[in-house]
Ligand binder design. Structure first.
Ligand code: FES
Length: 108
C-alpha cells in the first residue's frame, strides 16, 4: 500500500525546479520537468555522492563528481545502461495541490 509523504505546496515546485530534501533520513531530489514531477534518491550509484547537485538537461542529470549521467525518470545510466547500477527513483505526484512522494515504493 502506498505511503505518500507530503513535501509542500505545488507552488514550491514550479516547472524547472530541482529541489533536494531529506525525508525520514533519506535524501531525495525532486524535479519538475515541464510539469512532469519526478524524484530520485539523492545518492549517486557510483560513489554515493549527491547526484542531485548535478546539472539537469531534459531528463538527464549529470553527476558533478565523476560525470556519470542518469535518466531521472527510468533511473538508468545513460552511457552504460547494462553495466552500471541505476539511480533509485521515487514515485512523486501532486495531490490536492500538494507534492507528495512514496519512499517505500522507490526502486532498489
Ligand atoms: S559519485 Fe557520481 S559519478 Fe561518481
Amino acid at each position: 500500500m502506498a505511503k505518500w509523504i507530503e513535501l509542500g505546496p505545488e507552488s514550491d515546485f514550479p516547472a524547472g525546479v530541482k529541489k533536494s530534501v531529506t525525508i525520514q533520513g533519506t535524501p531525495v531530489t525532486v524535479f519538475n520537468i515541464e510539469g512532469l514531477l519526478l524524484a530520485i534518491v539523492n545518492s549517486c550509484p557510483h560513489a554515493g555522492l549527491p547526484l542531485g547537485e548535478g546539472e539537469l538537461c531534459g531528463k538527464t542529470i549529470t553527476c558533478p563528481f565523476h560525470g556519470y549521467a542518469y535518466n531521472v525518470e527510468t533511473g538508468r545510466n545513460v552511457d552504460f545502461p547494462d553495466s552500471e547500477q541505476p539511480v533509485r527513483t521515487v514515485p512523486a505526484r501532486i495531490e490536492n495541490g500538494k507534492v507528495e512522494v512514496d519512499l517505500e515504493a522507490c526502486t532498489m
